[in-house]
Design a protein around this ligand. Structure first.
Ligand code: ADP
Length: 268
């Protein structure tokens, strides 16, 4: 009986091992498929801006002298904007790699939110030039426990999206108020918003809601980086839609800096 049982056990183990091999082969094939999809996507994102830089630069060198000043300026502006787009894409790829390898170690400390909001808005100035920007920060905001560099980058990515996905002339709002968990900061716009089924998936790497988003400058990495950074600092971020009108809302909950001890508590 023992022999029979051990034969059966051996057979069962063999079957499991075979199934594991099949699973492993499937996993390897799936990894390979993802890797090649990723390469295609990255090559596309690098090539599109490069093609327009090359086109504009060629026009300038070939016909520059025959063109009038506004036409030359337009070509130079295209070169500048597309080079900035490439720069952002590469910065995003590096940020993603650093996040995934665990090389991001936030240097948190008490931060004045209004200062970081100010510097993120300044950095996004040119991108947001066609929008109206409203800043609404509560007067009683406590200091927040953040890494200012990572937080500015996270805000910048949200502002960049608001500019991209909401029409020119519409309003982009940055708001912050005190909540029991710390501080709640929001970036909202007046675009089409996000389909409810996608509110969480948009934080996945390379996920983009619409096929036509491919035509818009972007990498599908901005929100993944944003969530990675915010969570690394002990905060959270969720996406949703406005109730009062059409538009997306991104809500960040950030830990308040620990209250400074009262003088009597530190006394011996
Ligand atoms: P990217 O903007 O480069 O595509 P993101 O990770 O920043 O990548 O965003 C992922 C997707 O989420 C976008 O492609 C877009 O479909 C959607 N999205 C992000 N922000 C907004 C927004 N403010 N309004 C509507 N859709 C948005």
């Amino acid at each position: 009986l023992l022999d029979a049982l051990s034969d059966q056990a051996a057979l069962a183990i063999e079957r499991v091992m075979l199934a594991e091999d099949v699973d492993r082969a499937k996993l390897a094939a799936e990894t390979e498929r993802l890797r090649s999809a990723l390469l295609t996507s990255i090559s596309h994102d690098l090539r599109t801006p490069l093609a327009s830089i090359l086109g504009s630069a060629t026009s300038l060198t070939r016909y520059g002298t025959a063109l009038d000043e506004p036409a030359r300026l337009e070509l130079a502006t295209t070169i500048q904007e597309e080079a900035e787009r490439l720069n952002r894409f590469i910065a995003n790829l590096l940020d993603m790699t650093r996040l995934e390898s665990g090389a991001i170690r936030p240097r948190t400390g008490p931060v004045d939110l209004s200062e970081v909001v100010g510097s993120a808005l300044e950095r996004a100035g040119r991108i947001l030039a066609g929008h109206r920007v409203e800043v609404d920060l509560a007067a009683d905001l406590p200091m927040v426990d953040l890494d200012p560099v990572l937080f500015e980058q996270s805000l910048f990515n949200l502002l960049d999206n608001a500019a991209k996905y909401a029409p020119a002339g519409s309003q982009v709002t940055v708001r912050a108020r005190r909540v029991p968990a710390g501080v709640e900061a929001q970036v909202m716009d007046e675009g089409d918003g996000i389909p409810p089924a996608d509110v969480d998936r948009i934080f996945d790497k390379f996920y983009r809601v619409h096929a036509q988003d491919r035509q818009r400058a972007g990498t599908g990495l901005g929100l993944a980086i944003c969530r990675g950074f915010v969570e690394a600092m002990g905060g959270s971020i969720v996406a949703g839609n406005r109730r009062d009108r059409s538009g997306a809302v991104f809500t960040l909950t950030l830990p308040a800096a620990a209250d400074l001890p009262m003088p009597e508590e530190t006394a011996p």
